[in-house]
Design a protein around this ligand. Structure first.
Ligand code: UDX
Ligand code: ADP
Length: 458
């Protein structure tokens, strides 16, 4: 059947894949193609084992793949055949040159812009989906428009707000969809085309439109605000441990103020994921660029507290276990940066595993989805590390367990069985506050929650 519109997405990652599956699912009259330069990734999208774990994603992909959703490595053909192009390629933090460790590395993104330019034969709407520094759209316009080939490119910003682990729910029922465009005649026309796509399932009042710079900045600021809440409660967790206050009780009391709200107040070993740190550092870089050093320092402190919290967790383990971890076997319950994903990008577990190995501890890692990525993350370490799928097997013979990811599975294990299989005295460090601390203490564990007094037998 002829399709109403043909849509392309360049980049088949955690954002591009699920987002395009949702558009194809909600808009059966649109033909959606997702291209990527990584042939293994595309093969996985075309197989029964998708390249990313995301609850609910399999069902949606299975329903539309081959009907109006297609995955391909043919970037050139994709650009030729589609006039609406989402760009969802990776934009990691630069590791070299000016802005190293802070600014976004735009090489993949710029390469994409040049590919679009090279292959386009008709006018295109190019939509930034990757998180990008403010004013990237301007750079993209500069590359696309200064060609003299007469083809018109309209650049829009449409940042993605989905969170991993709940991507399908977030895409189905987003708090808002944000679309930024130039406020010119062609910009407003392109904006309307994108509004129409989302209006197929998102209530119109939740589709916000703005100028392109506000849209780009809103994404960075949303993530900075969310991360700031986590760093705020994590900073307070340190104070709770000194004062015998309980961080969960404090968070509950604070969060019941309707002006503050209860979400994102769970103390943890620190936030991970591909976005928070990267986006804050982008914001910091931008502020410095404009001479706003005090503003930059303010936001940078959110990242600093996150690092402090991870180091603090290590310090607690070391002190509790008689100041030496050498030769001790520590089991990490969870390696993903959060539950319900296999993604380990910027996971605090990477830092903790490495630090444990520096202390000459043996590390046993278990996780229901992230072991494959964990192996890649740690493949350069010479330390003693094992990967074990079954949590009982992983914990057996260990001196301590550290809960690093809040997988539901870990709440439901038989901790008596686990305790009996471990070296004594057995330690439990709950970096997510998800276990029954008193119950585990009663079984014999020495329990170290976050932001609460420890429960010790000595
Ligand atoms: C985030 C934003 O939520 C999303 O809108 C944006 O599009 C991408 O970045 P994501 O990184 O996938 O999403 O997950 P999120 O749920 O925000 O969690 C980020 C990190 O914060 C995780 O490591 C999580 O464990 C941690 N976290 C979250 C806490 O430590 N405490 C909390 O209360 C909430
Ligand atoms: P995100 O979490 O933002 O979706 P990912 O790293 O998961 O980021 O996905 C980005 C994808 O973009 C990767 O699969 C990568 O291979 C792909 N990619 C990078 N550059 C290009 C390019 N020039 N053309 C097509 N795909 C690209």
């Amino acid at each position: 059947m002829p399709y109403n519109r043909n849509i392309l997405c360049i980049g088949a990652g955690y954002v591009g894949g699920p987002t395009m599956a949702m558009i194809a699912h909600q808009c059966p009259d649109y033909r959606v193609t997702v291209v990527d330069i990584n042939p293994e990734r595309i093969a996985a999208w075309n197989s029964d084992e998708l390249p990313i774990y995301e609850p609910g994603l399999d069902e949606i992909v299975r329903a539309v793949r081959g009907k109006n959703l297609f995955f391909s490595t043919d970037v050139e053909q994709g650009i030729r055949e589609n006039d609406i192009i989402f760009v969802s390629v990776n934009t990691p933090t630069k590791t070299f040159g000016v802005g190293a460790g802070m600014a976004a590395d735009l090489q993949y993104w710029e390469k994409t812009a040049r590919q679009i330019l090279q292959y386009a034969q008709t006018p295109k709407i190019v939509i930034e989906k990757s998180t990008l520094p403010v004013k990237t759209a301007q750079a993209m316009e500069s590359i696309l428009r200064h060609t003299g080939n007469g083809i018109w490119f309209e650049v829009l910003s449409n940042p993605e707000f989905l969170a991993e682990g709940s991507a399908i729910r977030d895409l189905t029922n987003p708090d808002r969809v944000l679309i930024g465009s130039r406020e010119t005649k062609s910009g407003l026309l392109a904006r309307q085309i994108l509004v129409d796509i989302y209006a197929s399932w998102v209530p119109r009042e939740r589709i916000l439109t703005s100028n392109i710079w506000s849209s780009e900045l809103s994404k960075l600021v949303s993530n900075a605000f969310l991360a700031q809440r986590i760093s705020s409660i994590n900073a307070i967790s340190a104070l709770c441990e000194k004062t015998e206050a309980d961080v969960e009780e404090v968070a509950r009391a604070v969060g019941m103020d309707s002006r503050i709200g209860p979400k994102f107040l769970n103390a943890s070993i620190g936030f991970g994921g591909s976005c928070f740190k990267k986006d804050i550092l982008n914001l910091v870089y931008l502020c410095r660029h404009y001479g706003l050093d005090d503003v930059a320092a303010y936001w940078e402190s959110v990242v600093r507290i996150n690092e402090y919290q991870q180091e603090r967790f290590m310090g607690t383990m070391l002190t509790a276990m008689f100041n030496t971890l050498a030769g001790k076997r520590i089991c990490l319950f969870g390696f993903a940066f959060k539950a319900n994903t296999g993604d380990t990008r910027e996971s605090p577990a990477i830092f903790i595993a490495r630090r444990l190995m520096e202390e000459k501890a043996e590390v046993v890692i278990t996780d229901p989805q992230a072991l494959k990525n964990a192996r890649v993350d740690l493949n350069d370490t010479a330390g003693n590390v094992r990967y074990v799928a079954d949590p009982y097997e992983a914990a057996a013979g260990c001196h301590a367990i550290a809960v690093l990811t809040e997988w539901d599975l870990y709440r439901k294990l038989d901790y008596r069985r686990i305790y009996e299989s471990m070296e004594q005295p057995a330690f439990l460090f709950d970096g997510r506050n998800i276990l029954d601390h008193q119950g585990c203490f009663d079984l014999g564990f020495n329990v170290f929650p976050l932001g609460k007094p420890p429960l010790k037998h000595f």
